[in-house]
Design a protein around this ligand. Structure first.
Ligand SMILES: [Zn+2]
Ligand SMILES: [Zn+2]
Ligand SMILES: [Zn+2]
Ligand SMILES: [Zn+2]
Length: 149
């Protein structure tokens, strides 16, 4: 009769839910160059905007002069816009005039951080990208078992 035990069977369990890193999505983002949203780029065609991982800057890849390959690369890492760009090696934004950008992934690098004297003329591809030139990425690439030839 005298059940004085305190049993709280209510759902007071606290679950800490850690969300996986999600790609940044800004529904009403506007391109900083043409001032239009994803419905239309400067040519009037719908185009998905890319977003800076550090600030609210967004832009159409076409407005930023980015190729499709470049866009697929920058989606793989926290891309920074020109204003937020830091060196991939030392993570410093200074020495802008000594900073060069990879033609494949758009990451920034100081010439002196990669052991170069000056910014090269024409194309330059960073170490990270030149490493996978031997394994060209295929569309919808599947994990392939190691092949020994
Ligand atoms: Zn635009
Ligand atoms: Zn930014
Ligand atoms: Zn650096
Ligand atoms: Zn690169």
């Amino acid at each position: 009769m005298s059940a004085c035990g305190v049993y709280d069977l209510g759902c007071h369990g606290v679950y800490s839910i850690t969300l996986p890193l999600q790609p940044k999505v800004i529904p009403n983002a506007i391109c900083g160059i043409c001032q239009k949203g994803k419905e239309a780029n400067k040519r009037g065609k719908p185009e998905v905007l890319i977003h800076c991982s550090q600030c609210q800057n967004s832009g159409h890849p076409s407005c930023l002069d980015m190729s499709i390959e470049l866009v697929s690369q920058i989606k793989m890492y926290p891309w920074q816009c020109m204003e937020c760009k830091t060196c991939t090696v030392c993570e410093q934004p200074h020495h802008e005039d000594m900073m060069m950008f990879c033609d494949k992934c758009d990451r920034g690098f100081h010439t002196f951080c990669v052991g170069m004297d000056a910014i090269p003329m024409g194309c330059w591809v960073c170490d990270l990208c030149s490493k996978d030139t031997s394994t060209p990425q295929k569309k919808g690439s599947v994990k392939t078992p190691k092949k020994i030839k």
